[in-house]
Design a protein around this ligand. Structure first.
Ligand code: SF4
Length: 436
């Protein structure tokens, strides 16, 4: 690897080095890679905003126990940085709590600021807490606990099944802390946080309808619905994996119609089952392959490999384009996990080449994969790895963009708009690529 924490270089050194990539992409990826610290003043400012919900994974680099100021109960869901000495366009980023990072949020002259090594570099905003998100059901559960609003409210994110039936080291994906996240949340927030493993479909539809009908300013509008959950290998609530998911799509579509995209993230299904999701009203289908390299897929995703296998996974993903159409099949790749040691690639060049091969193959078949930057969570099997070099993230976003441009494909649907100053998705810089 060419560097470790990247603490030694300033972000503007990378702006200079990657002049063909916008500063918004580079800074966003560096924040996702290293995480954030908040001062007491910055935490106090978050009080009237939407607080991090831990709706799926922890997306933190430290555990709840390691947070000295109870950050997990106090930080905002996401931040938006802009302006500052580099004239940055508004860019939304997931909040990742970290102890070792050069980035912090503080209040300076009454303004929330992003600091690098203690030097203010950009203004910061927190997401508004919408009235609908604060509404509660009779049992005290809030609407936001049922369906989380992310990335300045642009996404309604439903985790319909909070645990994964891939269980233990021989099945769970090595980068994933879904099962540990639920255990930790119940401990720190109490049983109301995750009262049961699955959500009631009609309750979900009630929440999404309330989100849909709430009048907000355009900047807080719900743009898309994304649904995921742990893999179901047996049955939940008497339903198999596909029936279980179809029920939610149907319930939501009956309440709000077809205007908004509805993304369903599931393991790779056979074509007949993919058709059932489409007929129920899903608009986008994401069978997350996570990592392209065959050897690493087997090693990092043992449950997926055992149940379906990597080659069959790819076949089913490509078949799904016949049902959903180009741009509407968008498996995730966990950007950077292909460099996880000791088994992963040793150099940025090898890692980027391998994943770009995956982009090219999938895009040639009408599939538009998307990226989530790997967050090294303490509750995952890969806990304790050092953050990857920033070079990797900039180069993989650039490779995605060049490959996507080459194939003249639409953007992956249901992930919000694209480009610096426009994108809302906060978990990768690939979507902020485009005109500088
Ligand atoms: S399939 Fe893998 S990534 Fe998805 S929830 Fe299960 S263990 Fe996590």
């Amino acid at each position: 690897m060419t560097s470790t924490l990247g603490q030694e270089l300033r972000i503007e050194d990378y702006f200079e080095r990657y002049r063909d990539v916008s500063g918004e992409v580079i800074l966003k990826e560096d924040i996702l890679r290293l995480g954030l610290k908040f001062t007491e003043a910055a935490l106090t400012r978050a009080k009237d905003h939407r607080i991090k919900s831990y709706y799926l994974f922890s997306f933190d680099r430290i555990s709840h126990d390691e947070m000295q100021k109870r950050e997990s109960a106090r930080v905002p869901e996401d931040i938006r940085f802009s302006k500052g000495q580099y004239g940055l366009r508004p860019t939304i980023v997931r909040v990742i709590n970290s102890a070792e990072t050069k980035y912090s949020i503080d209040v300076i002259d009454d303004q929330l600021m992003l600091l690098e090594h203690g030097v203010p570099i950009a203004n910061v905003e927190y997401p508004p807490n919408l009235r609908s998100c604060q509404t509660t059901f009779e049992d005290g559960v809030t609407y936001n606990q049922v369906v989380a609003r992310l990335f300045f409210n642009s996404i309604a994110f439903l985790t319909n099944y909070r645990i994964c039936q891939y269980w233990g080291p021989k099945e769970e994906c090595k980068f994933c802390d879904i099962n540990n996240n639920v255990r930790a949340l119940r401990k720190v927030r109490g049983p109301l946080e995750v009262p049961k493993a699955f959500k009631d479909a009609q309750q979900v539809a009630t929440v999404i309808e309330a989100y849909y009908r709430e009048e907000t300013d355009p900047g807080s509008r719900m743009l898309t619905i994304i649904m995921t959950g742990g893999t179901i290998t047996s049955k939940v609530n008497g339903r198999n994996y596909v029936d279980f998911n179809v029920e939610y799509v149907t319930a939501v579509r009956e309440r709000i119609g077809s205007r908004l995209p509805f993304v369903v993230i599931m393991e790779a299904q056979k074509k007949d089952d993919v058709k059932r999701l489409w007929e129920a009203g899903a608009s986008t289908y994401n069978p997350n392959i996570e990592v392209w390299d065959k050897r690493l897929f087997q090693q990092l995703c043992p449950g997926k490999d055992k149940l379906i296998g990597r080659d069959e996974w790819i076949r089913r993903t490509i078949d799904a384009v016949e049902v959903f159409g180009e741009g509407n099949v968008s498996p995730n790749m966990v950007a950077g996990v292909e460099m996880a040691q000791p088994h992963g690639f040793k150099t940025v060049r090898e890692a980027v080449e391998s994943t770009t091969e995956g982009f090219d193959y999938l895009m040639a078949h009408g599939v538009v994969p998307h990226l989530d930057s790997w967050c090294i969570e303490p509750g995952s099997a890969l806990a304790g790895r050092e953050p990857l070099p920033l070079e990797y993230f900039v180069e993989i976003d650039r490779a995605w963009y060049e490959t996507w441009t080459k194939h003249k494909l639409p953007l992956n649907s249901g992930w919000g708009p694209m480009g610096p100053g426009h994108a809302t998705y906060g978990n990768s810089g690939y979507i902020d690529m485009g005109n500088r």
